[in-house]
Design a protein around this ligand. Structure first.
Ligand SMILES: C[S@@+](CC[C@H](N)C(=O)[O-])C[C@H]1O[C@@H](n2cnc3c(N)ncnc32)[C@H](O)[C@@H]1O
Length: 269
C-alpha cells in the first residue's frame, strides 16, 4: 500500500518538472514577451476572477511575487493600502510602472528580485498578504513556498495550471510534437498538505481568447511552441488555415479551448 505521507512531493514535483516539454524561460525571454503578455492579460477574465476569490481588504499590504506587468498588482493597488510588486524581468516592471503612472496609482512599489534572491537584502519586508500568481517557475517548489509563506502575516495565495493550462494540445498534436506540461496544481496541493498546510482551492476558467488582429493570435500560439522546425512550421500553418476564423472583426479559433487555473490559498496561524 502506498502511504502518501512517505512520498516526497517536492521530489515528485521536480521529477515531473524535468519532463516538461516547453522551453525554459529566463528573464530575457520574459522581457521579450512582456508587451504582448501585458496586453493579453488585460483582456482576460483572470484578474477579475482572482480579485473576486480574494475579496481584498482596504487595510492590507500585499506582496505580489512574479507580478509580471501588473495583472494583479494594479487592481489590488486600487483596493488595498499598498502593493509591493516583485519580478526578475525589467521590462515587466517598466510596463507596470508606466501603467501605474497612467492610472495615477501611487501605492505600488516595484522591486527587481527573483525567487532565488535574498528577499530581505532586496528590501522585501513582511506583508499582510502574499501572492504568487502563475509565477512559481522555480527549481525547488518547497523552498519557494516557504519563502512566500514566510513573507505573509495573514494569508497566502498561489496560482498555477490545471492540466495543460493555457497550452493548446490540438496545436501540439497538429505539428506532431508531444506536449508535457510538467506538474499541475495537484502536486502543489499535495506538497502543501505534506508541509502541514491545509489549503483551499478555487478555480478560474477562461474561454477561448479572441483578438482584434490575427497576428496577435498567431503570436500567442507561437509563444507556446518556441522554435519550430520547417516541417513543424508547415503543419502549424496548415492548422491555422483550418482553424483560424474572423467573426465580426474578431480573430479566434473555431474550436473550444478552455484554460483552467487553480488558486490555492491558506491562512497563516
Ligand atoms: C506567467 S507570468 C505571471 C505574471 C502575473 N503574476 C500574472 O499572473 O499575470 C510569470 C511571471 O513570473 C516572472 N518570473 C518567472 N520566473 C521568475 C523568477 N525565477 N523570479 C522572479 N520572477 C519570475 C516572469 O518574469 C513573469 O513576469
Amino acid at each position: 500500500m502506498i502511504d502518501i505521507q512517505t512520498i516526497d512531493w517536492n521530489e515528485v514535483w521536480k521529477e515531473k518538472k524535468a519532463t516538461r516539454s516547453s522551453p525554459v524561460r529566463d528573464s530575457t525571454i520574459w522581457n521579450k514577451r512582456a508587451p504582448s503578455f501585458a496586453e493579453n492579460s488585460a483582456k482576460t477574465v483572470y484578474a477579475e476572477a482572482f480579485v473576486k476569490i480574494v475579496n481584498p481588504k482596504q487595510s492590507w499590504t500585499v506582496f505580489d511575487m512574479g507580478c509580471g506587468a501588473g495583472t494583479l498588482a494594479t487592481p489590488f493597488a486600487k483596493l488595498c493600502k499598498a502593493v509591493t510588486a516583485a519580478d526578475f524581468s525589467d521590462t515587466m516592471l517598466d510596463i507596470l510602472r508606466k501603467q501605474c503612472d497612467k492610472l495615477k496609482i501611487s501605492n505600488v512599489k516595484t522591486i527587481k528580485a527573483s525567487w532565488e534572491d535574498d528577499w530581505s537584502g532586496a528590501g522585501i519586508e513582511l506583508h499582510d498578504v502574499a501572492i504568487a500568481s502563475r509565477s512559481l517557475v522555480v527549481d525547488d517548489l518547497r523552498s519557494a513556498i516557504m519563502k512566500v509563506n514566510g513573507i505573509a502575516r495573514k494569508r497566502v495565495y498561489i496560482s498555477t495550471i490545471v492540466d495543460d493550462g493555457p497550452y493548446d494540445r490540438q496545436v501540439f498534436d497538429a505539428i506532431g510534437r508531444e506536449l508535457n506540461m510538467g506538474p499541475d496544481y495537484i502536486y502543489n496541493y499535495n506538497l502543501l498538505y505534506q508541509m502541514g498546510i491545509r489549503a483551499n482551492i478555487d478555480f478560474i476558467t477562461e474561454k477561448n481568447r479572441i483578438y482584434k488582429n490575427c497576428y496577435q493570435l498567431v503570436e500567442s500560439m507561437q509563444w507556446m511552441l518556441g522554435d519550430m522546425t520547417l516541417e513543424e512550421e508547415e503543419k502549424f500553418n496548415d492548422h491555422l488555415d483550418k482553424h483560424l476564423v474572423c467573426k465580426a472583426g474578431w480573430w479566434m479559433l473555431d474550436y473550444e479551448k478552455e484554460t483552467r487555473w487553480a488558486v490555492i490559498w491558506w491562512d497563516k496561524n
